[in-house]
Design a protein around this ligand. Sequence first.
Ligand code: SF4
Ligand code: SF4
Length: 284
Amino acid sequence: MLGIIAKSLGTGVLTEADPFGGRASFGFPVVDFSRCTACGECAQSCPSGAIQAATPTEGCKTLSLSYAACIQCRACVTACPEKAIGVSDGVEVAAYTREQLAQTASFTVDPETGRATFSQDAVHHGPGLAESAFRLRDRIRGRLGRSLHVRQVDAGSCNGCELEIAATANPLYDLERFGIHLVASPRHADVLLVTGPVTRNMEIALRRTYDAAPEPRVVVAVGTCGCSGGIFGEGTYAAIGGVDRVLPVDVYIPGCPPRPQAILNGLLVAMGVREARILPSREQ
Ligand code: SF4
Ligand code: SF4
């Protein structure tokens, strides 16, 4: 035994250091429109179509960015010749609609030089996201009077989102201490956490799972694929696309995959939806 220990100490560390050690977790791209010239290089480099460049009328260009479709690959960051795209540290992004995850900027094109200059943008901000996990616990206990039961449904994901959902239950994030439980049956669920682009093979199973969950059920689309189909797109031979192509989605949590704190945050937003649905019936 002592020989083995001595050999191990002599061997030292053989694994490689984390190349991203010390760096903040990957967030979403943020465009500095004042530097942007609407050249469209980022849109061409984007593998998921999250960035779209267009020329709707002569003398006008638009650039739109949707976090619902972004896989956080950063290709646009390196493609931008103006260095107008950075990456946010924030990963806690959730919204009630796909539109809230999108922004569109308009540019005026100089007819002589052809250079585009930013004129205005339209951003539809999602709900406030700064609430802490302890507030989440209080909301669950205080408003519902009991715990929140969550059923996870994989409708065709790569399992990246499942790994992050599983991580919410590890000792670091410890989902259960806030009164949130992952359950084995949709019949016990308040919330359905649905991942993946909905594959055609999973459509019926997903609909039946939804039908089996008692009202008022809340549907949360998790991950970029769940929000928009992601790199698999929508209406292909294998995939229908985002969860909202099959079920009414109440909350969208983008990210590829969304980190555990983003999923916890999305559950907080989902709580708001659920409260809104059950309180009127309680008051009757
Ligand atoms: S990070 Fe990747 S997926 Fe997201 S907008 Fe940029 S190029 Fe597209
Ligand atoms: S963000 Fe950069 S790459 Fe994209 S349109 Fe603007 S200048 Fe071009």
